[in-house]
Design a protein around this ligand. Structure first.
Ligand SMILES: Nc1ncnc2c1ncn2[C@@H]1O[C@H](COP(=O)(O)OP(=O)(O)OP(=O)(O)O)[C@@H](O)[C@H]1O
Ligand SMILES: Nc1ccn([C@H]2C[C@H](O)[C@@H](COP(=O)(O)O)O2)c(=O)n1
Length: 256
């Protein structure tokens, strides 16, 4: 067996982004802090100020981007995701059992490790996106980045209600959660060099304040060559992100 490295991921802090009203900026013009900040009370499509901020886009809040609600007429599954989201209680509380998340690039061993830890701890294994919406992934994966991101972000909130319930019964082990959504979004949607990324304490890295927080997040890493072999052995078609990781050093730096 190859060695899988595990390190505790830095938890993201609460995030603040624009909640939905259109902001028009000239190319190169930066938004004011008022524009970036969500309006008091929220204004988004699903009633909760935080959900609406999230679905409006955590990384480039000043851009005009379609939300799930806006594309529901064209993509009925977007409406179904929003219906599920609406049914989730707004304040998700963790039960008495620990909630542990495993993160990492493709083929770093998340499935293998989470299944083993689940068996060892006699726990419950959950995944993001959760099973109730994962059959629609291919639809959203083919959509523009903002819609894809909104789907995965919504999935994290739906998953949170599953975590809340499961953690009253047993330890909960999770394969990907918010960090995956944030990392892929930052890597795909922030252009430029790694030094152009928002600074370390920027709100973009922060955990959404209304999203149930795990007790522990572990990041799995393997040597890039070994990871490439594993992907090759698996023989699946490369995802868009994998192709970018391979070809684009800047993308890789932004992601990691
Ligand atoms: N420690 C290990 N040593 C050698 N091979 C491993 C190890 N852990 C996992 N693998 C193999 O690497 C491949 C990827 O593992 P796994 O599916 O667990 O990764 P993953 O992170 O869940 O991937 P993805 O995110 O793409 O689903 C599998 O073929 C698995 O058998
Ligand atoms: N919480 C999540 C989970 C997954 N994603 C996206 C990121 C990648 O495009 C893809 C990887 O998932 P996997 O193939 O390992 O099931 O899914 C996300 O953005 N947020």
């Amino acid at each position: 067996m190859e060695k899988t490295k595990v390190r505790q991921a830095v938890p993201l802090q609460p995030m603040q982004v624009h909640g939905g009203a259109d902001i028009h900026l000239q190319p190169g013009e930066d938004p004011t802090p008022e524009q970036v900040k969500a309006p008091e009370g929220g204004c988004g499509p699903v009633g909760s100020p935080h959900w609406s901020r999230l679905l409006a886009g955590p990384v480039a809040p000043w851009r005009e981007e379609p939300t799930l609600e806006q594309c529901a007429a064209r993509i009925p599954e977007a409406g179904a995701v929003l219906d599920l989201l609406e049914k989730c209680p707004e304040h998700q509380k963790k039960g008495r059992f620990p909630v542990v998340v495993f993160e990492g690039l493709d083929a770093t061993g998340k499935t293998t490790v989470t299944e083993s830890v689940k068996d060892t701890l006699n726990g419950v294994l959950l995944r993001s996106p959760p099973a109730c919406i994962s059959q629609w992934r291919t639809i959203f994966d083919d959509e523009p980045a903002s819609i894809k991101r909104a789907f995965y972000a919504a999935g994290n909130y739906i998953l949170a209600s599953e975590i809340a319930e499961a953690s009253t019964q047993a330890p909960v082990i999770i394969d990907r959660y918010w960090h995956s959504t944030a990392a892929y979004t930052i890597a795909t949607e922030i252009n430029g060099k790694v030094q152009d990324l928002p600074p370390v304490h920027d709100e973009v890295y922060q955990w959404p304040e209304d999203l149930l927080k795990p007790d522990l997040v572990l990041l799995l890493t393997v040597d890039p060559e070994e990871r490439a072999h594993r992907l090759q052995r698996r023989g699946l078609e490369k995802t868009k992100e994998e192709a970018e990781l391979e070809a684009n050093c800047l993308f890789r730096q932004r992601y990691t």
